[in-house]
Design a protein around this ligand. Structure first.
Ligand code: MN
Ligand code: MN
Length: 451
């Protein structure tokens, strides 16, 4: 169903399915604000459906369900198909990192009766959006002896929250005349941490002792920590008709979650199904856990070798013969800023999954420009399965642009196209999606894995 509003002909059964799936997604999103949490939640869901660790498998046969975790921040899932792996995989690729503020390695300082935590922002943000909003700190601290401390403060309603201050309007006349990128500067995104002192300890000594007492950590332990500052809000229904979901981190958990649910439903497949959930997309897919890492290729090699195929060329064939959906969000047309979009080539809420032939900026630069032949295949799969879908691009020409992991996997010479859920307020502390589009993405991903 191309370019059609889902609710025009959704019956009661479909509406119930949309709402039930959305409840599951909200629970996931609330527990998966950062990539380490997302990996943990996905592995839990996969194990419940009988998935086993690929590292523990000795031989592999059709029907096997497998997962493999990379450094706790990146995970891959497989359902082995009836056809040889060399005939290619059906791949869904999404990312599980989201824009946020990371604590610096030596974050704590004292200033005028407060302690504060210094941050370095991660990904593309409008910095002024991150002040005066409740924030949580989530992540890990590894002590020098290797002991791991999991941190999550601000998520439980009985927890304290954190925040970043902003200048009162009464004194802000010079701030208010600055351009938006300078109103709040990156080095000023510092988290208020404490204000109490005692008779014999100043505010910093007081907090250092408290950290030692309560968590048995020293300031040096922050060096071997990854602590992420994220909005405290829980995912909630949005709009009087409850047709949308407000939450932090829809980009890209709103595509990661339906991808996972799609592969968990796979039983007998012709082509081996694969879901890869990557980290570091928001900073260029770099590093050992990003899409540029060899982890994906190594995992496919492991799959081949454990199914008794040691031929190096088999790996190349498996990759080249694969088809992939790069499952990442796109910007929906915003009624307040509709002039930023070309209305006939924009993504709309409630019209289902949005395919993008290309992303990029300044004349499609850095885009994976998907082949017409492959798009023809995609249209057929969607229509045969009665999926609601749209084709769009992000914004008007030269308004800006963005990228996804599509071009990275395409270098194996596989067919790739972007296919995701439209989002409003992308990269803001509160992003919005439409429930119907989320559910349709799940149906589309299933149809693709079965194609
Ligand atoms: Mn994204
Ligand atoms: Mn993004």
């Amino acid at each position: 169903m191309f370019n059609t509003n889902i609710y025009i002909d959704a019956d009661e059964k479909k509406v119930n399915e949309i709402n039930a799936f959305s409840e599951d997604y909200k629970a996931f999103l609330g527990n998966a604000k950062i990539e380490r949490q997302a990996v943990k939640e996905v592995v839990k869901l996969a194990k419940e459906k009988g998935f086993k660790d690929l590292s523990d498998a000795t031989t592999i046969k059709a029907g096997d369900k497998l997962y493999k975790v990379n450094k706790n921040k990146n995970v891959i899932l497989f359902v082995v198909g009836k056809k040889p792996i060399t005939s290619g995989l059906r791949i869904l690729g999404a990312h599980i990192d989201s824009p946020r503020l990371d604590l610096k390695m030596q974050p704590l300082y004292e200033d005028n009766g407060f302690t504060l935590l210094d941050t370095h922002y991660y990904g593309g943000i409008k910095k002024y959006q991150w002040v005066t909003t409740p924030l949580s700190i989530i992540g890990v601290i590894y002590k020098k002896n290797g002991e791991k401390l999991e941190v999550s403060i601000g998520e439980d309603e009985n927890d304290p929250v954190f925040g970043i201050g902003d200048l009162l309007i009464h004194l802000a006349s010079s701030q208010m005349s600055k351009e938006a990128s300078k109103v709040v500067e990156g080095e000023d995104l510092d988290v208020t941490f404490s204000s109490r002192r005692s008779k014999d300890k100043d505010v910093k000594e007081y907090i250092v002792d408290l950290l030692k007492e309560k968590y048995d950590i020293t300031l040096d332990d922050f060096i071997s920590a990854e602590l992420e500052v994220v909005p405290s809000m829980k995912p909630r229904d949005y709009g009087i008709d409850r047709s949308m979901i407000a939450g932090y981190g829809h980009d890209d958990k709103v595509c990661a979650y339906p991808s996972v649910r799609a592969i968990l439903d796979m039983k007998i497949v012709e082509y081996t199904s694969c879901v890869i959930l990557t980290d570091k997309e928001e900073i260029g897919s770099v590093g050992a856990t990003g899409a540029h890492s060899q982890f994906f290729e190594n995992s496919v090699a492991e799959l081949l070798i454990k199914s008794n195929d040691n031929n190096y060329y088999s790996l190349k064939q498996a990759l080249e013969n694969s088809k992939m959906l790069s499952c990442d969000v796109t910007g929906a047309l915003d009624p307040l800023y509709s002039s930023a979009s070309d209305k006939k080539n924009a993504s709309y809420f409630n019209k289902g999954i949005s395919f993008e032939k290309y992303t990029g900026a300044r004349g499609k630069s850095q885009a994976n420009d998907s082949n017409a032949e492959y798009i023809s295949f995609i249209r057929k799969v969607m229509d045969e399965n009665n999926i609601y879908y749209q084709f769009a691009e992000l914004g008007k020409v030269d308004k800006g642009g963005g990228g996804t992991i599509a071009y990275i996997l395409a270098k194996y010479n596989m067919d790739v196209i972007d296919a995701g859920v439209p989002v409003l307020n992308m990269h803001a502390p509160m992003e919005i999606i439409a429930k119907a589009d989320l559910y349709e993405a799940y149906l589309a991903y299933k149809a693709f894995l079965n194609s």
